[in-house]
Ligand binder design. Structure first.
Ligand SMILES: [Ca+2]
Ligand SMILES: [Ca+2]
Ligand SMILES: [Ca+2]
Length: 333
C-alpha cells in the first residue's frame, strides 16, 4: 500500500477520474483506533491519497466497538478539510475495550451492539447508529461533502484553454487535414446517428482545444478530413525531482466508418524521450463524444524541457472524426 504501489496508484487514478464531490472509502484496518488493536499505519498512504482528493468518509472495522472521529489529516491532526473515520465493529461478536485515548474522537462506546445506518446523497451524508433491540445508546451526525480535491502536489503547469497560453497548430508545417484543424474556442454540438460527436460544452469554462469548433450544416462539415491535424503546447520545464503526473480531459466522437487508422493521440515529448498519454482510435462502430480523463506518469521526463503534442487524424478512407482536449494539468507530488 506504499505510495507508488499498484494499489495506491489505482486509488489515485480512480479518485482523479471521479466527477463526484462526495467520496466514501471502506476497508478493514483502521488507521486510528482507541481499541485493543494498534493503529494500522500501513494504510496511511491510502488515507493520504483520499485526503489529497478531499474524500469525506472512511469506514473501517477490526476493533469490536464504535468510534466516530472528527475530520482529520493522515497524521491525526484535526482538519476541517480532512476525512471523518467511522470505526463500526458492533455487529455481534464480543466487544473489545478501550486501551488508549485518541485525539479527535467525537464519540465512542464499547457496550452496545448495533448497526450504523448511513444515508448518502449527492451533497452529503447522515449517520444514525441503530442499537439492537432493548438498548438505547445511539449516535447521529451529518455533514456536507467538500468539493473534490486536486490530488495534492504542486501545479507545475496547467491550461484550461480559456485564454491563449501559446499553443501552436501545425507546428511542424506537415499537417494534411483539409478541415477540422485544431483550434482553441467554444465548441458547437454536432450530431450524427442520434449521437453527439462534438460536445457543445467544454470540460471547464467555455473553451477547449477542438478539431474545428463550428457545427456547420452537418456533423461531416467541420470534422477532421483527409489527413492529420496537430497542436503543440509551449515549452514546459519539468522539475528534476518528484513524481510528475499529467492529466488531461479528452473526448472523441467517431462515426462507424472510423477505423484504427483514425485517432486522437496525446504525447509528452521531451529532449530525451517521450510518454504517450492517450492513443484513442476508431473501432468501426459509432462512438459518442464524452469528457473523460487520461492520466500518465511522466516522471521519466523529470528535468527535461517538454511540450504536449496533440494529434488527430482521418487518413485514408474518409470517416467522421472529432476530438477535443481541455484542462491539461501537470503536477509534482
Ligand atoms: Ca476550458
Ligand atoms: Ca469539428
Ligand atoms: Ca472526416
Amino acid at each position: 500500500m506504499a505510495a507508488g504501489s499498484t494499489q495506491e496508484t489505482w486509488l489515485r487514478n480512480d479518485l482523479r477520474n471521479s466527477t463526484k464531490p462526495c467520496t466514501a472509502a471502506y476497508w478493514h484496518h483502521p488507521l486510528f483506533t482507541r481499541g485493543t488493536h494498534s493503529n494500522s499505519t500501513q494504510v496511511r498512504p491510502l488515507w493520504q491519497a483520499l485526503y489529497d482528493f478531499k474524500a469525506d468518509l472512511i469506514l473501517v472495522g477490526h476493533d469490536h466497538n464504535y468510534q466516530r472521529y472528527a475530520p482529520q489529516d493522515p497524521t491525526g491532526k484535526a482538519d476541517p478539510n480532512g476525512i471523518r473515520q467511522l470505526l463500526v465493529g458492533t455487529g455481534g461478536k464480543s466487544m473489545y475495550g478501550f486501551s488508549r485515548d485518541m485525539p479527535n474522537v467525537e464519540t465512542s462506546q464499547t457496550g452496545t451492539h448495533g448497526v450504523l445506518k448511513l444515508s448518502l446523497t449527492a451533497t452529503g451524508y447522515t449517520g444514525d447508529f441503530v442499537p439492537v433491540e432493548g438498548r438505547t445508546w445511539s449516535d447521529n451526525f451529518s455533514a456536507t461533502c467538500k468539493p473534490k480535491g486536486t490530488g495534492g502536489g504542486e501545479t507545475v503547469w496547467s491550461d484550461d484553454f480559456e485564454t491563449a497560453k501559446g499553443w501552436t497548430t501545425n507546428p511542424a508545417g506537415t499537417d494534411t487535414a483539409t478541415t477540422g484543424a485544431f483550434e482553441r474556442g467554444d465548441p458547437e454540438t454536432t450530431t450524427d446517428s442520434s449521437q453527439t460527436k462534438q460536445l457543445g460544452t467544454a470540460a471547464s469554462g467555455v473553451n477547449c482545444l477542438v478539431t474545428g469548433r463550428l457545427a456547420g450544416s452537418s456533423a461531416g462539415t467541420y470534422d477532421v478530413d483527409a489527413g492529420v491535424t496537430s497542436a503543440r503546447s509551449p515549452q514546459i520545464t519539468l522539475p528534476s525531482t518528484g513524481r510528475l503526473t499529467l492529466t488531461t480531459k479528452w473526448s472523441t466522437g467517431f462515426g462507424a466508418n472510423a477505423t484504427s487508422e483514425d485517432y486522437l493521440k496525446v504525447t509528452v515529448v521531451g529532449s530525451g524521450g517521450q510518454v504517450v498519454v492517450l492513443d484513442q482510435r476508431g473501432s468501426g462502430a459509432h462512438s459518442a463524444g464524452s469528457w473523460r480523463t487520461a492520466t500518465a506518469d511522466i516522471s521519466a521526463l523529470a528535468g527535461q524541457t517538454v511540450r504536449v503534442h496533440v494529434e488527430a487524424a482521418d487518413p485514408g478512407t474518409a470517416s467522421l472524426v472529432e476530438a477535443q482536449i481541455d484542462d491539461v494539468l501537470i503536477t509534482k507530488a
